[in-house]
Design a protein around this ligand. Sequence first.
Ligand code: ATP
Length: 348
Amino acid sequence: MPLLSLDSLSLTYPGGASPAVRDVSLALEPGEALALLGSSGSGKTALLRLVAGLERPDTGSITLQGRVLAGPDAFVPPEQRPLRRVLHDAELAAGLTVRDVVMDAQPKGEGVAHARGLLALFQLEDLESRACGTLSRGQRQRVLLARALASGTKLLVLDEPFAGLDAGLRAALLAEWRRVLKARGTAVLFATHDVGDALAFADRLVLLRAGTVEQQGTPEAVYEAPRTAFAAYFLGGTNLLPGSGFGRVARTALGNLPLNAEARGQVMLSLRPEALKLTPDTDGVAVGGALRAEVLERAFRGAHVDFTVSCAGLALVVRAGPASPLREGSRARLEVIGRAEVLEETAG
Ligand SMILES: Nc1ncnc2c1ncn2[C@@H]1O[C@H](COP(=O)(O)OP(=O)(O)OP(=O)(O)O)[C@@H](O)[C@H]1O
C-alpha cells in the first residue's frame, strides 16, 4: 500500500485565472524520494501545500497511511498531519541555538548523540552553539532540514530543499542525505525546478506543467523515453526531428536512425545532444556514415561544450567534451551515435 496517495486533486486559488493544480494523481511508497519537477508556476508549491494541509482541495482526495487527510467529507488540519514540512515560510526562533533547535525536535529519549549525528550530516557541527538569528540563508536551510529529520517522521514535505546551497556542499549533502533517508526509511516529497537535483536525488519524478502531470516515472525512464517535446526539453535539452517510422528505424534528414520504440508512419523524434558526435573535418571529404556540418555557436559549460551546428538543413545541438578543438565557423563531420526517442506527439 502506498504511504501517500493523491487522487484527482484540483485547486484553484481565489481569484486565480486558471487552476494551480488540475486532476493530479500520484502515489508515494514508504521510504521513496519523489520529486515534483517543473518550471516556475507549474503548481509544485500548491501541491505541497495541499499535502501539508495549508490549502483545501476543490476536488479529489489525499490519503496518508490509509487515513483520508482531505476529501469531500474530511479535512485534517496541518498540525495534526503526521508529516514534517519545510516550505518557504518555515521559521526558526532567532534566539535558539542550532543544537537546541534540533534537540527540541527529537522524540523524547533521544540524546545529544542523535542530535550531533544530524548536525554532522548537514555539516553544522561548527555552528551548533550559534543563535539561529545569526545564520546565513543556506545555513538556516540546513538547520530546517536537520530539524525536520530529527522528529523521526515517515514523510518529509520539502520545497526546494537544496536552494541556497553552493555546488560542492550540495553534491556531498545530496548523496549523504539520500543514504540516511534510505537507512531510516523516510519518504520525501520535494519540489524542485532543478533537473540535476531531481535526477540525482529522486527515486521517481513527476514532471508538472501548468498544474497537470506531464509525465511520471523513474528518472531513467523519463529521461530515456520522454513522451512529449516538453518533457524531452525539460530533462536536459534535445533536438526535434520529424521522421517516418518503419519498425525500430525511422527515415530522417540525417538518414535512417535507430529508435527507442516501434514507430510507423509520420513521427516526431527527440535526438539528445549526446546522441550526436562531431569530429573536425580537415580535408572536406565525408567518410562512412558521417554528414557534413558547420559550427554556428559554441557554448562552454565546464564539463562539456554544446555546439549548435547546421547540418542537412537543420540546426542541431551537439554535446562534446570540453577539449573539443571546434570553434564557431569550423567545418565538422556529424554522426548519430545514439538512438532517437519516439514522441507521442507528431508536431514539435
Ligand atoms: N496565493 C495565491 N493566490 C493566487 N494564485 C496563486 C497563489 N499562489 C500561487 N498561485 C498561482 O498558482 C500557480 C501555481 O503556483 P505554485 O506556487 O504552485 O508554482 P511553483 O511551481 O511552486 O512555482 P515556483 O517554482 O516559482 O515556486 C501559479 O500560476 C501561481 O501564480
